[in-house]
Design a protein around this ligand. Structure first.
Ligand SMILES: Nc1ncnc2c1ncn2[C@@H]1O[C@H](COP(=O)(O)OP(=O)(O)OP(=O)(O)O)[C@@H](O)[C@H]1O
Length: 357
């Protein structure tokens, strides 16, 4: 296992890139700690696969270095990097049995038969395929084949890292949760460095201890699920995490007050130097009320499981509010925000409140 360091890394698929826009991956410095469970999260095309392929050695970066521990592996091929990879679609040998498929990486490394037998049995239990071990892979569903791919990715204990690229895409939705939980369990047991690429926030937040959010070729935040929820570093993280995402309202901010375009004022939980930007409020941190706060127009009320989602407008700006189960909303036409939960943004980046001496 290894710590993975990306140093001044950048990649363009063009031979002579001109500006920032020509880079699929903009310059990046990042350390993946040894034994960490990371998710790499972002919308389609933001550069997740490019970054993963650079780590695995499938792609050589246009700039920068990749280090495994203290060893520079930038010029080493995938085979020399000692990593396991699980791709979006199954990679299995159809003519082999499930057992042979799972055993393959261990046989390749010359492990002894007793160890292979025990380890394959253990992995088969995790992926729920013990009863199919002696079946040929041919004829199995895509779902079952992908479980074999996952198993093969996890079977070796001595890898530097396991890289997963959207591994649950072909898995039946009601099995996804179980497999995700098992992957997490496996991480706890064996402590591999795991990097899990996904565009699905639920997958990222349930799997990872640390989530790395990418946007337009840039890492915009690395944090715990709680960090991403409470203090999104960039407006994209606010939009992307949460269901629905954070509300953003244009505002002039000065001291502990935000002034909205219509002149309404919102109290903030901290002090800020004057700036022109946005305030960000999670729907969960806004509440309908009968008095005080600001007037809103309610457009729609949706029942979503354990709470209701109020689709409202605040001075012409769409605003989502989560009303907890059991809270009556009829007749309420004003909104209040929890000042301590309001984040302030300038040029899409979060501005930390000033320390007050
Ligand atoms: N081989 C390639 N040649 C040229 N451009 C590429 C190549 N592969 C990816 N790109 C471009 O690089 C950018 C990042 O793509 P990448 O596949 O890394 O994103 P992603 O976040 O993994 O997206 P997805 O979730 O759709 O796989 C995109 O604009 C894409 O069109």
């Amino acid at each position: 296992m290894a710590r993975i360091t990306l140093r001044n890394l950048a990649h363009s698929y063009l031979p002579t890139p001109q500006g920032d826009g020509d880079y699929a991956l903009k310059e990046l410095d990042h350390v993946w700690q040894d034994g960490g469970a990371y998710a790499l999260l972002g919308a389609s095309g933001c550069g997740k696969t490019t970054l993963l392929n650079i780590i695995s050695g499938l792609l050589r970066p246009s700039h920068g270095r990749v280090l495994f521990g203290d060893r520079d592996v930038t010029d080493e091929p995938t085979a020399a990097r000692n990593i396991a990879q699980v791709f979006q679609f199954p990679v299995v040998y159809d003519t082999m049995t499930v057992r042979e498929n799972l055993a393959f990486p261990l046989r390749n490394r010359g492990r002894d038969a007793a160890y292979i037998k025990a380890r394959v049995q253990q992995i088969a239990a995790i992926i729920g395929m013990e009863s199919a071990l002696d079946r040929k892979a041919q004829g199995l569903t895509a779902d079952a084949k992908q479980k074999i791919s996952l198993g093969r990715g996890m079977v070796r204990e001595d890898v530097n890292a396991i890289l997963f690229d959207e591994p649950l895409t072909v898995i039946d939705p009601h099995m996804k949760w179980g497999l995700r939980t098992q992957l997490k369990q496996l991480h706890r047991e064996f402590g591999h460095t795991m990097i899990y690429v996904t565009h699905d926030q639920t997958e990222a937040l349930t799997f990872a201890d640390k989530v790395v959010v990418m946007h337009e070729g840039r890492v915009v935040q690395m944090g715990t699920p709680q960090d991403l929820f409470e203090t999104p570093a960039h407006t994209f993280v606010g939009y992307f995490i949460g269901s629905p995402g954070m509300n953003f309202i244009d505002a002039q901010v000065a001291g502990d007050t935000a002034t909205l375009p219509g002149g309404a004022q919102v109290g903030l939980g901290g002090h800020y130097a004057p700036l022109s930007g946005k305030i960000g409020i999670r729907p969960e941190h806004a509440a309908l009320t009968g008095q005080g706060g600001l007037p809103v127009t309610i457009r729609r009320i949706e029942d979503v499981g354990r709470h209701r989602l109020i689709r409202a407008e605040l001075q012409g700006v769409p605003l989502n509010i989560v009303a907890p189960e059991g809270q009556p909303v009829a007749g309420l036409d004003r909104v209040v925000f929890d000042p301590r939960r309001i984040n302030v943004y300038a040029d899409d980046w979060r501005v930390a409140p000033q320390e007050i001496a």
